[in-house]
Design a protein around this ligand. Structure first.
Ligand code: HEC
Length: 186
């Protein structure tokens, strides 16, 4: 009973030609629950006669509502703020710390209208950046499930809007006593 005859992961085994106990995936099969056939939901891609492109909308199975924005904020503040900051301007705790040691390593400013890379990115490309990373930014597909990545995309849109808000965005009855700085100070 103490020593049962069995093979453990990565042990050798002479039954198969390759001498390994591990058996790989069988060509042409998909593991149960891993089909991920919906390219918009899983990859941010939309197919069209003129060619595949990043989706500018959101996958149809997601309901775009207040709860999803809040979920996105919650996930953003866990996974993105260390580098991109709570306001999305790219000076989170990590770049701030790097700066104190005399270095310069800034994460992309996600809300800056003067360098609007992330503002102009279609939703699908933003989703893809979160999934697979970009240059020195690692991908988060392993940690963040797809629906939460979409929630983060939605929250980044909310940040871009709110960080560049004009007086017109504020309902008139909420305007009294508001102070509008010339430009964001952070
Ligand atoms: C460990 C730090 C770090 C974390 C955490 C991080 N990023 Fe980044 N991100 C970066 C850096 C650095 C860049 C700029 C890379 C470059 O330009 O070479 C970047 C770039 C980006 C870009 C621009 C990509 C492009 O094509 O220019 C987007 C969008 C982005 N990040 C979104 C996010 C979101 C959303 C999260 C949270 C899920 C996140 N990042 C988490 C460091 C980080």
């Amino acid at each position: 009973m103490d020593f049962q005859p069995k093979y453990k992961s990565d042990q050798p085994m002479d039954l198969f030609g390759d001498g390994r106990a591990n058996r790989g995936e069988i060509t042409g099969t998909v593991a149960r629950g891993s089909l991920n056939a919906d390219e918009t939901f899983y990859k941010g891609i939309e197919h069209a006669p003129e060619g595949d492109h990043w989706t500018t909308g959101f996958p149809r199975q997601l309901e775009i509502n207040d709860a999803l924005v809040r979920r996105g904020r919650n996930r953003f503040e866990i996974y993105c703020t260390p580098c991109h900051g709570y306001d999305g301007r790219g000076m989170g705790a990590v770049p701030t710390r790097v700066a104190t040691t005399g270095g310069a390593w800034q994460a992309r400013n996600l809300v800056d209208v003067s360098n609007p890379v992330a503002i102009n990115m279609p939703n699908g490309q933003l989703f893809n950046t979160i999934s697979n990373g970009y240059n020195t930014m690692m991908g988060y597909a392993a940690q963040i499930p797809p629906a939460d990545r979409w929630a983060i995309v939605l929250y980044v849109r909310a940040l871009q809007r709110s960080q560049n808000a004009a007086l017109d965005d504020i309902p008139p009855d909420h305007r009294s006593g508001m102070q509008m700085p010339e430009a964001p100070t952070r």
